[in-house]
Design a protein around this ligand. Structure first.
Ligand SMILES: Cc1cc2nc3c(=O)[nH]c(=O)nc-3n(C[C@H](O)[C@H](O)[C@H](O)COP(=O)(O)OP(=O)(O)OC[C@H]3O[C@@H](n4cnc5c(N)ncnc54)[C@H](O)[C@@H]3O)c2cc1C
Length: 568
């Protein structure tokens, strides 16, 4: 087959499939490109669905990024909707497809095949799971059903505290519903560490969401009056008008499995850096593939739209140009070199974002050579009106200072800070690089030391030995003397049990009150005054550590770990 007359077939026409098709056309004017999509729409905005249900996006048409007609007219790409691919014959290099309207099946030969079949929501085999009133949210038809149900509802139960569960909670509250959110784990937002996810949990609760952590669903039943009864793992029952399941997705890899393509242990299709499967004529992109985590080097499923789109471009490029360097331009081959899992979510005005590995992920991967710092700088200069705190956790390797991950929560500019760190991480940056980043500043936009710089400085100070850090997890067992260096007034608004108050301003005059034969742990509001204090104390021969992030972090540790006492 001539390279210029390839027949490229793409299964699935949303994020990965649509971007692969469009890129293939841009690179090859003579190729025949056909997209098969089981559903009624291509290239629609799944990510907008919660906001469509919430009426933030009012017109369904706004969710359609492109239509089959646009694909045909603008790109000369044939899109066949409501057409399911039911079999791959690798030896014969053809697929069997079925027209879902007529039921007719036919054979379609290919030179290159791309599987962009995505993922499907998990529906656990619980009693009553198929009862009416229990929904998932993946497609436009799904969202229509949920939206219709919401119109006649006053109560909803959301199962699962991931990104979609949280977005739905906000949207349903805005629609006037009483919302219960059940999450089996002891935190929401699984990609984050518990103490950072606690910011989102608190925000949900203060906005009226009945958040029940550590409580899953065991069964559903239908009542005679039409309500659904949800029985929880704690033996409680909740009567509700509707239930939305948001407990994750699993890769739609059955076509690949039946065709004998290599799958990973997590059920996703295994691909190389060109998105090629174990069959050299078949590529796979998007939620259906397993990806290597850039930090842990472990295989993962990361169902996000950005990677799906980029992988679609990479597969198209490899199909048209092969896996070679573009020698004419001298540019490197386009490859997918792993994932950071950069993700973001907003809930009732709070933005939560993360990139790289959480501590949970590092521990699971057996990586222990890491440290963490917490900080809470304003999103812009504090003297300019309206500064909002940005709560940041930075995780980095002890040996080299390489950034391993970052998580942040706040009301403004959170995305920018995480995006900067993600960009730095893509280049293998260290905390010393973050200290040194030159970022834009005017008082309404940032600070002369941007929060990202400050994160680097705190971490680098720690690694240089200027700022020894205490471990929050050790707080309960610690034999060190706890010293709170905030003002007396602040101390009396709430403090860690047994902490002694020596305000920073009086510290130099009260050194005689402090022991030299016992470790001292310092805490303040956010960590800055404790840093000033530790520099004084270290230079006077005391053994000192700082509780990173101060009382702000204490609050979230307390929220995340019930066993810690709250400030009085
Ligand atoms: C409610 C919601 C909100 C989201 N919000 C965000 C967000 O804010 N940010 C973010 O990064 N990601 C978000 N995502 C995830 C993001 O939408 C997905 O990661 C992305 O759509 C994956 O693209 P994909 O092409 O791999 O798969 P999909 O978008 O799932 O598309 C796969 C398509 O393949 C079709 N298909 C499957 N099998 C066959 C077959 N045998 N024959 C024909 N067609 C087939 C399916 O019908 C489907 O339309 C959200 C997802 C949902 C559901």
């Amino acid at each position: 087959m001539s390279a210029t007359r390839k027949r490229i077939l793409i299964v699935g026409g949303v994020a990965g499939g649509a971007s692969c098709a469009a890129r293939a056309r841009r690179l090859c004017e003579t190729c025949e490109i056909v997209v098969f999509e089981r559903g009624p729409h291509v290239s629609f905005a799944n990510c907008g669905l919660p906001y469509f249900v919430g009426d933030v996006i009012q017109s369904e048409a706004s969710l359609l990024v492109a239509t089959p007609v646009l694909f045909q007219d603008r790109f000369n790409i044939q899109v066949q909707t409501e057409t399911e691919v039911i079999r791959i014959d690798r030896g014969g290099k053809f697929i069997e497809v079925r027209d879902l309207k007529s039921g007719d099946a036919r054979i379609e030969p290919y030179d290159a095949l791309v599987l962009a079949t995505g993922a499907q929501p998990i529906r656990p085999p619980l009693p009553g799971i198929d009862l009416p009133g229990i929904y998932v949210l993946r497609t436009i038809p799904d969202s229509r059903k949920v939206k219709a149900a919401v119109a006649n509802a006053s109560r909803a139960v959301l199962v699962g505290g991931g990104f979609i569960g949280l977005e739905m909670a906000e949207n349903l509250v805005h629609r006037g519903l009483e919302v219960t959110l059940l999450e089996l784990a002891d935190q929401v937002l699984p990609p984050l560490d518990p103490e950072m996810a606690a910011y989102a949990a608190r925000r949900l609760r203060t906005n009226g969401v009945n958040l029940r952590l550590g409580e899953g669903v065991e069964a559903f039943a239908k009542r005679p009056d039409g309500l659904v009864t949800v029985r929880t793992s704690r033996g409680k029952t909740i009567d509700t008008d509707l239930v939305i399941l948001g407990i994750g997705v699993k890769p739609e890899s059955s076509l690949a499995r039946v065709a004998g393509l290599e799958l990973g242990a997590l059920g996703g299709i295994r691909v190389d850096e060109f998105m090629r499967t174990s069959d050299p004529a078949i590529w796979a992109v998007g939620d259906v593939v397993e990806v290597k985590n850039r930090v842990t080097q472990e295989w993962q499923l990361v169902p996000l739209a950005g990677p799906a789109n980029r992988q679609g471009r990479i597969a198209a490029t490899a199909i048209i140009h092969g896996s070679q360097e573009d020698e004419s331009a001298g540019s490197p081959p386009m490859t997918f070199d792993g994932i950071l899992g950069t993700a973001i979510c907003a809930v009732f005005g709070l933005t939560v974002a993360a990139t790289g590995a959480s501590e949970k992920l590092l521990r699971r991967a057996g990586i222990n050579d890491y440290q963490r710092v917490y900080l809470h700088p304003g999103h812009h200069a504090s003297y300019f009106p309206g500064a909002k705190p940005t709560h940041i956790k930075l995780v980095f390797s002890t040996s080299e200072g390489r950034i391993l991950g970052a998580q942040a929560a706040g009301e403004a500019d959170v995305a920018r800070r995480i995006d900067v760190i993600a960009t730095a991480m893509m280049k293998g940056a260290t905390v010393y690089d973050l200290e040194d980043l030159e970022l834009c500043y005017a008082p309404q936009f940032g600070a002369a030391k941007d929060p990202v710089n400050v994160a680097g400085m705190v971490a680098a100070n720690h690694l240089r030995g200027d700022l020894p850090l205490a471990d929050w997890a050790e707080l309960e067992r610690v034999e060190a003397l706890l010293v709170d260096v905030r003002t007396e007034a602040e101390y009396h608004t709430g403090h860690i049990p047994n902490a002694q108050n020596i305000p920073l301003e009086s510290l130099r005059g009260r050194l005689g009150e402090l022991p030299k034969n016992r470790e001292i742990w310092l805490v303040c509001g956010v960590g800055q005054r404790a840093y000033y204090a530790i520099r004084t104390l270290m230079q006077n021969g005391f053994r000192v550590k700082v509780l990173s992030g101060g009382m702000h972090t204490y609050q979230t540790w307390s929220d995340a770990t019930d066993h810690l006492e709250r400030p009085t």
